[in-house]
Write a protein that binds this ligand. Structure first.
Ligand code: CP
Ligand code: NVA
Length: 303
């Protein structure tokens, strides 16, 4: 039966660990220039309702490196659910491709694609979740900290798709996760309750960014206004002002902390230049790991 990757919870703990291992193996092959055509002749259809740099390029390059091909379908092309129904788009694309990656607004759209497409569907970001990002981020944490277990992660800012994905993973892998966000901007309550019910990790949601960052090994932030929330950007800048990740806040972090951001960053808003470009920042390693983790995910689903 075909498998999808719409949410972190689509993979078991064992499968997530295997994905990290495969990603590291494939990364080594890329660095050594060794061929690894595990998806030779296969095609990935990529639907984008929103803009992208990392997701588009890493999936496209990833398919090329795996001996396959990727087709970019931008916001003006498919008209997912408008020009054509989600069910029809899914069934048509599945006749041409071996897998579909979709970046969408409503999470129900990736679920609809997965329901109707007889090929694997991968979530390349929805308003609710960004699972490829978070698995790649954990790979980056493993590379820099040796493990994710016992590593204290502080997320400061909006309770958005990135945080929801972190929380989902915390229901599967043992993480030490603290989220600091303003009132009214908390992560998804159902996702939080489900992850806490699994009792795998310590997950704390608080208001105070200093409390969250205190002694943390990983400091993570993301934009205050996600794609689709552009009209709220001005109002959000006011609400989130004290959640900026800057040198002063980072005085409270562990001495050898790493700074992470899924990017794109809004320099001067959620993070300062000094932090982004400082010695603790691993944001470009993090961006690169999107390639390696997604290749592993595609091999698991499409090989
Ligand atoms: N982090 C991330 O998904 O980047 P893009 O929006 O550029 O794809
Ligand atoms: N929360 C951001 C993540 C971008 C990769 C957004 O959804 O726009």
């Amino acid at each position: 039966m075909k498998r999808d990757f719409l949410a972190e919870t689509d993979f078991s703990k064992k499968e997530i660990i295997e994905t990290f291992k495969l990603a590291r193996k494939l990364k080594k092959k890329v660095k050594k220039g060794e061929k690894h055509h595990l998806l030779r002749g296969k095609v990935l259809g990529m639907i984008f309702q929103k803009p992208s740099n990392r997701t588009r390029v890493s999936f496209e390059v990833g398919m090329y490196q795996l001996g396959g091909h990727a087709i970019y379908l931008g916001p003006a092309e498919i008209g997912l659910g408008t020009r054509e129904s989600v069910a029809d788009v899914a069934r048509v694309l599945a006749r041409f491709t071996n897998g579909i990656m979709a970046r969408v607004f409503g999470h129900d759209l990736v679920e609809g694609l997965a329901q109707w497409a007889p090929v694997p569907v991968i979530n390349g970001l929805s308003d609710l979740l960004h699972p490829c990002q978070i698995l790649g981020d954990l790979l980056t944490i493993i590379e820099h900290k040796g493990t994710f277990e016992g590593v204290r992660i502080a997320y400061v800012g909006d309770g958005n798709n990135i945080v929801n994905s972190f929380i989902n993973v915390a229901g599967i892998l043992p993480l030490d996760l603290r989220v600091a966000c303003p009132k009214g901007y908390e992560p998804n309550a159902e996702i939080l309750a489900a992850a806490r019910a699994k009792a795998v990790s310590k997950i704390e949601v608080m208001r105070d960014p200093v409390e969250a960052v205190n002694g943390a090994d990983v400091i993570y932030t993301d934009t205050w206004a996600s794609m689709g929330q552009e009209a709220e950007a001005e109002a959000r800048r006011k609400v989130f002002k004290r959640y900026q990740v800057n040198s002063k806040l980072l005085e409270h972090a562990a001495r050898d902390y790493i700074f992470m951001h899924c990017l794109p960053a809004h320099r001067g808003e959620e993070v300062t230049d000094e932090v982004m470009d400082g010695p603790h920042s691993v944001v470009f390693d993090e961006a690169e790991n999107r390639l390696h983790i997604q290749k592993a995910i595609m091999v698991k689903l499409m090989a």
